[in-house]
Design a protein around this ligand. Sequence first.
Ligand code: ADP
Ligand code: MG
Length: 226
Amino acid sequence: MSQVVIDVVSKDYRVANETIAAVRNASLIVERSKFVSIVGHSGSGKTTLLSLIGGMVSPTSGRVLFNGEDIYTWTSDRLSEYRCEKIGFMFQSASLLPILTAKENLMLPVAFRSQRTPDGGHEQKAEDLLHSVGLSDKINAYPAQLSGGQQRRVAIARAFMNDPELILADEPTGDLDEETENEMMQFFLRMNKEHGTTVIMVTHNSDLARQTQQHFRMDRGVISHV
Ligand code: ADP
Ligand code: MG
């Protein structure tokens, strides 16, 4: 599917008079259809790294290449298309809209992207994905009627709704119990294997990371190979 190259990327945040070096000279190659994980403590720069890859935060220096093209040389329209069409995001918080049901939350990006009403095919797909994450009986539930872990599973399903080439997963199993965490990991592994979706997962859980094809460490903004 997609290849991602992080080419000596740094990201500094400037807050008042202070500069925070969130990512420092990071280099990483993620080949097509690989499942890669990056393990690091809180504050090590994991979310910033995913935001850089996702076209949401531009680097202070260095390049982010998607299938060989530097995404930060693209127009904002192209970058927006990249975010909507190519990538499935699984944010650290579930980020569901409270006024929409689980199924509607999955279909919302479809409506936004194609600017048309999702059809029966999309509905079926949303239901199938919710079934895959073990939420067949919660398809029409609102976020407030779901536990934190169930909301997270809706967010995982939503990330796959647009058949993304690349999944960016930020601590995807954060507040799940161990059994559900393993089920979700199996779900990611299956989607990677069956659809060839490239997956980049950041986590503080090294047991999860060991199940992926390649894993790296991130410490105070620096990526190292393990
Ligand atoms: P992680 O996801 O590993 O916890 P982050 O990428 O969220 O790490 O944060 C890395 C560092 O950058 C931290 O010191 C954090 O406080 C800082 N940081 C993250 N986002 C911002 C921001 N938007 N503005 C200023 N500092 C930020
Ligand atoms: Mg984070």
